[in-house]
Design a protein around this ligand. Structure first.
Ligand code: NI
Length: 172
């Protein structure tokens, strides 16, 4: 297992549509192990494969880690099969858009189908932070960042702030 570098916006690879995984083999499981290690190393609660440069439909999540213990969840080829009419506004951030947090409105509950790390079909009913995080990561599989949900003005302010932070990092 190894920690991989995380792509930072506006890296064009973050706009790619990720490809479905054809077979869940040892190569895929090695990638998943790296993704989990990378997510914890970066203090994230979710990571999509494209964020480490692999355009594959794989997500890792752990929204419970702050309550102690690690319980990583793996979603391969996830599909949202239902979402509630009711929405919820939550503040989101992203490891590929560091230093920026903003409010995004999404369906508050979802149902999803996916393959687990053994390639076995699974389904999940999620609400609250798990639903938000899964929708955020699924956006990554389709080349969408959470800032793309913001108004034009808010998005350009966020990206300017990010560019400035990057410059400071280079200078420092
Ligand atoms: Ni993200």
């Amino acid at each position: 297992m190894s920690v991989r570098p995380i792509l930072i916006a506006p890296d064009p690879r973050l706009k790619l549509i990720s490809e479905p995984v054809a077979e869940v083999d040892d190569h895929i499981r090695a990638l998943i192990a790296d993704m989990i290690e990378t997510m914890y190393d970066a203090d994230g609660i979710g990571l999509a494969a494209i964020q480490v440069g692999e355009a594959k439909r794989i997500i890792v999540l752990d929204v419970e880690q702050k309550e102690g213990g690690r319980n990583p969840r793996v979603f391969i080829n996830p599909v949202i099969t239902w979402n509630s009419e009711a929405t919820e506004v939550m503040e989101e951030g992203c490891l590929s858009v560091p230093e920026i947090w903003d409010e995004v409105e999404r369906p508050r509950a979802i149902k999803a189908q996916y393959l687990d790390s053994h390639g076995v079909p699974q389904s999940l009913d999620a609400e609250g932070i798990l639903a938000v995080c899964l929708q955020h990561e699924m956006d990554h599989l389709n080349g969408v960042l959470f800032v793309d949900h913001l108004s034009k003005l808010k998005r350009s302010m966020a990206l300017k702030k990010l560019a400035k932070a990057k410059k400071l990092k280079k200078a420092g």
